[in-house]
Design a protein. Structure first.
Length: 156
């Protein structure tokens, strides 16, 4: 019989499930970020025995592998001094006449809507090591961002 007439199984048409991509570079975390990662691992470890659906089990295991890897590779960043823009600082900056405040955190802790921006984001990379009052280039424009204030948050 011709291959054109054979019945293919439904399995042949399913999208493959890949591992959750790990962000490149070091896995720097704040104390708050490390606590979030640990809590996620514990949550998934408790969830797994309660699942009965095979797809849900596979998804939970995949997530657990991701968070387990992130926990194993986490590097707690030292508390910044606050004299320059660094990981863990809260930075107020002026761009296009508007003041904004962000906190520089690890990739897994990032939540732009809450003002938590990953240290690997282009905006943060442009500001790193700048001092208060300094202007830095961003988006191809020189002096696009002015560093208004740098503070160090209290212990997470």
């Amino acid at each position: 019989m011709s291959v054109a007439f054979r019945r293919e199984s439904d399995e042949e048409h399913l999208e493959p499930k890949f591992e959750i991509p790990i962000p490149p570079g070091p896995n720097l975390v704040t104390a708050r970020g490390l606590a979030q990662i640990k809590a996620k691992v514990v949550e998934l470890e408790k969830l797994l025995p309660t699942l009965s659906d095979e797809d849900a089990i596979k998804a939970a295991r995949r997530e657990l592998r991701y968070w387990g890897t992130r926990q194993a590779t986490a590097q707690l960043a030292p508390v910044p001094a606050g004299d320059i823009v660094a990981f863990g600082c809260t930075v107020t900056y002026r761009q296009a006449g508007k003041d904004r405040t962000i906190r520089i955190v690890g990739d897994d802790e990032a939540d732009p809507a809450a003002g938590l921006i990953a240290f690997s984001a282009p905006l943060v990379r442009a500001m790193m090591e700048a001092e208060q009052g300094e202007s830095v280039a961003f988006g191809g424009k020189p002096d696009a961002i002015e560093i208004v204030a740098i503070t160090v948050p209290d212990a997470d």
